[in-house]
Design a protein around this ligand. Structure first.
Ligand code: TLP
Length: 343
């Protein structure tokens, strides 16, 4: 059978042998009673890594983001976020559906980065009782839809200072914060220090099959525990999955650098093709965005699929390729060849 190269997402990775062994060996208990030792260990380890008082294991990144937003707000409140943020583009309208929130969108630059100056005018005055209350500023780092770009820590700091001035909370969608860390050397805890709540994923580049972590103060996590149960996210002997998450945090962070090198290599190969539009300077981590100039993006994706290369869609007319631990350099070269044939 012809090998399929899957660059749709870093979520497609399968657990390695070593990770499976850790899962098999996991001690378990009923996590709804907080009696799963492996989940407890994962939460303690993650809280420490993120420099927060407490952490909670949740089934997905979407649930992580949404629980955090819920805990930080009341219905009718407003959350400032970037117009291409995951919470706005890809979470099925759940800020509105689950927490009665409205989003105030700010347009970032081509890296999806907005500044404190840009959002200050969006913050609604407390005296205007007829307006929604601005409660949270949300930042996604790395920024998925902008192409895995990294938000500079100084910019985050400036935004957090503004947030403090106006008594706003800060939430980090750090699904891929690990990628930002290996590229910049700024530790996850250093990024997290500017936020009240953070949500990080174990099931993307880190290679665990399931799961995210949210972290914040003990009080917030206590409330998050209640919301997770209310939304059907209370899990039982889930240590078997948490073991994979723990393995991922201990073993798979530093190797993300390899994924970044593969992404850069791939982008350079694509840039050699005059029928592909790509800005290689935007490839900072493991995501590559490009546009075919002669074939519509949707057709292009289908044609690549016929040749055994799976790609995803980005913004309109843009194709997304994501490198991860289950593709090697040869796959990258082969993928670029397939793209060249179709372009
Ligand atoms: N992103 C997925 C798709 O939903 C687009 C992907 O393939 O990249 N925050 C960010 C920044 C994300 O990229 C994702 C997943 C999530 C949150 C949600 O994570 P899950 O899929 O675990 O709910």
């Amino acid at each position: 059978m012809k090998k399929v190269i899957d660059l749709r997402s870093d979520t497609v990775t399968k657990p390695s042998e070593e990770m499976r062994k850790a899962m098999c060996a996991a001690e378990v208990g009923d996590d709804v009673y907080k009696e799963d030792p492996t989940v407890n260990l994962l939460e303690e380890y993650a809280a420490e890594l993120l420099g927060k008082e407490a952490a909670l294991y949740v089934p997905s990144g979407v649930m992580g983001n949404q629980i955090c937003l819920n805990v930080l707000t009341s219905p009718g409140d407003e959350v400032i976020c970037e117009k291409d943020s995951h919470i706005f583009q890809y979470e099925s309208g759940s800020p509105a559906a689950l927490s009665g929130l409205q989003l105030s969108l700010v347009e970032g630059d081509k890296r999806g980065i907005f500044t404190a100056d840009q959002i200050e005018p969006l913050i609604r005055p407390e005296s205007a009782y007829y307006m929604a209350r601005t409660k949270v500023v949300e930042i996604e780092n790395t920024h998925n839809r902008a192409g895995g770009t990294i938000n500079p820590v100084e910019n985050i700091k400036a935004i957090s200072e503004l947030a403090r001035k106006y008594n706003l909370a800060m939430h980090l969608d750090g699904a891929r914060i690990w990628n930002a860390y290996v590229e910049t050397g700024v530790k996850p805890s250093e990024y997290a220090a500017y936020f009240n709540t953070v949500s990080v994923c174990l099931s993307k580049g880190l290679g665990a099959p399931v799961g995210s972590i949210i972290a914040g103060t003990k009080e917030m996590i206590k409330e998050a525990f209640r919301v997770r149960k209310a939304w059907g996210g209370g899990m039982r002997q889930v240590g078997i999955l948490a073991a994979a998450g723990l393995y991922a945090l201990k073993n798979n962070i530093e190797r993300l650098k390899e994924d970044h090198l593969k992404a850069k290599k791939f982008a350079e190969l694509l840039a050699e093709n005059k029928f592909i539009k790509i800005d290689t300077s935007l490839v900072e981590t493991n995501i590559v965005m490009f546009s075919p100039l002669r074939v519509p993006a949707d057709d292009f994706i289908l044609k690549c699929k016929e040749k055994g290369l799976l790609l995803g869609a980005g913004k309109v007319g843009v194709i997304r390729a994501v490198t991860h631990m289950d593709v090697d350099n040869e796959d990258i070269i082969e993928s670029a060849k397939i793209i060249e044939q179709i372009a």
